[in-house]
Design a protein around this ligand. Sequence first.
Ligand code: ADP
Ligand code: ZN
Ligand code: ZN
Length: 785
Amino acid sequence: MFAEIIINTTAKRLQQTFSYIVPEGMAVRVGSRVLVPFGHRREEGIVVALQEHLAEPADFTLKPIEGLLSTQTGFQEEMIRTALWIRDYYVCNLSDALRLFMIDKKGLVRRDVVSAGPAQPQTADEARLQTYVAGKGRCEKGALSRRFGQDLVEKALASQVLTSRICYKNQIADKMEDWLSFAADDTEAILHGRRRQQELLQALKAKGEGPVSYWQGQGYSRNLMRRLCATGLACWSQRPARTTNVLPSLARDEAFSLTAEQQQALKVIGSDEHGKTYVLHGITSSGKTEIYMQLTSQALKKGKQVVVLVPEIALTGQIVRRFLRRFGDDVVVMHSQLSQGEKRNNWLRMQNGTSHICIGARSAVFAAAQSIGLFIVDEAHDSSYKQDEAPRYHAVAVARQRAAYYGCPVVLGSATPALADYYRALQGEYVLVELKERVGHRPLPAVQVVDMRDELARGNYRVVSDALLTLLEETLAARQQAIILLNRRGFSTFVMCRKCGYVVKCDTCDVAMVYHRQAAHLRCHYCDAEKPIPTVCPSCGSKYIKFFGSGTEKVEAQLHELLPTARIIRLDQDTTSRKHSGDRIIEAFRRHEYDILLGTQMVAKGHDFPGVSAVGILSADSLLNIPAYWAGERTFQLLTQAAGRAGRGDIPGRVIMQTYAPDHYVIQCAARQDYRAFYDQEVQFRKELGYPPFQEMAKILVQDESEEQVWRKANDVAAALNSWNQDHGDEVAVIGPYEDVIKKIRNKYRVVLSLTGKDLTAIKKAMQHLPACWQTGVIIDIDPM
Ligand code: ADP
Ligand code: ZN
Ligand code: ZN
């Protein structure tokens, strides 16, 4: 038997596979992690294929695999397949793709193990050393050197008083944890007069068992627990450490009986037989999460595992808590703040089937599993599902790929589905499932659009309109809470007239032109057109041409002035950079320690604040002016999501959207929260201009430390693409090269090319014919966002 092995390394030259002999009796399978001799070294290899015969006879002697590494953390065959797909689809290294599935990304752990040697010791020190090592059987060389001194250990090794060998170890042991559980009923007599022990026993009886650390948190000392165990009424044990769930999930909640709409949705998705993708389009508060949970129950009943993806910011939120409450220990939550040990434990629990539900952000799509029965992607339109470094995968695409292997459904839940997903659903490629009503017939919030040009005409130059100020005052007076969204992104890159709202746009594309500081002009990123920066408004002649710069801090100061008694807290990148600070802010706001939550798009996402009755959106159109075909879609999503934060409790919600473009269809549709109307217009626009989903897209980013070089490279790439294209029926349109919005990052100049075409394979074929220089310093992004 022969194994095709990929070396676990990022080195480009090692990205091909190598053949090895599988020794007789070694339990190697596709996905095994193995130790192989490689040149003069040993390396970790991953088995990507097994075969009885070599396709081509080798012209050198093949070596055998030396050993199996880590039986625990190997790959399933499905993972290898998905990784191969990722490599081909996203044009990346196979080992980079495989590493996405790994929990111990460091790879091989090398250890020098020392044991007693055959030689007689010559000195008393050596004798002591040899006796010590013989007594232990074997020691780690580093530890031994620290104890006895490195010189002595080296000398003993040289004279064979000790021998050493190298061990490679990737074994991951389960971390153990102390548990206390109920063992027998008190006969009253035993605990007579021991009040605290009686209380603990009662609590144990009522709540079941839990980790010792939990009971300590409840105010019982370890000593007390030990004494109770000595009576035989409770039992102390060691178990594999728990996942990092908040608590032993003692308080369980029950499934709701579903509304008619929910029932219908559950029926459609629950009876899936072909592993289809479902777009679950339900307005905010329509009961999507409840459907996720009941679908999950169904999958668990079939003995399957479930992967639930949520946007990063929602990880501490409502949805995770609700899953924990319903499914308790069966859930592992994967988030970036876990320690490596906790991550491993969670990973292993899924891999060996101890837990059945994995909730996490983007990377949880790579969860290990025995058999997956369902993928759920909440807020599936969220841009955080796309990884912005290599491999630049999209979690939904990966989920669909894995689901295809398992033959299980993928549910894409959203109040504002990604346009491309909705399009595919209407085309019949996906299945559309709609929830049109809020649970309990709660009304949607009432939205008022405020034209900021009118404010200026009336002499209000503040960022807060009079209408919003009144709404805030009323909200505070009623002791309710408000959220204010300021979308800082895109603010400083475009040019706008403060008097008439005019934005400088490209003449041939419907996108705002981007201000390039160094070149001191405006440029279109879709057709490369250039324009000078106007000094007076080309539309109304005013000189209030501005590059906007109001950040959240500035708004906060203004709000303090206007509403001196309001307790305001800010949520943005600056205030959430520290660990957990984002959760703390959100929790404090939920507890109504603050009246107004002010922030960037973070405030719009997925939170459920029952106390919030008012939402103010300061600059509804700022995202619209980002020079990208998806600007309208992103704006619509953000506005609808933000508006949906109002009125989730019992108080009806009110929303104010401030804009310079009140008649823009995106603003209008968002104000009516009419997804379909938005979709119908937007899809038309995409079709006419040939943007996704009507055309496939890829981006090539060329980077170099020299500005001259970067342009030369980029021009070479463009020329090669164009000439290939001409010979192959002009299937691919090449746009650029153009300077990236950010000209230089980490001392590297950045130049971009966009490729569009009917067919992704044509685009990739064109890219495969790039000149040799594309191998270094070129980043390829398929389906860029
Ligand atoms: P979404 O995920 O679409 O925003 P949720 O699932 O969070 O909606 O539901 C909104 C609220 O309605 C939640 O508080 C939830 O507990 C409640 N809810 C959901 N389904 C039902 C039901 N069938 N009966 C009663 N309450 C429900
Ligand atoms: Zn103007
Ligand atoms: Zn243009």
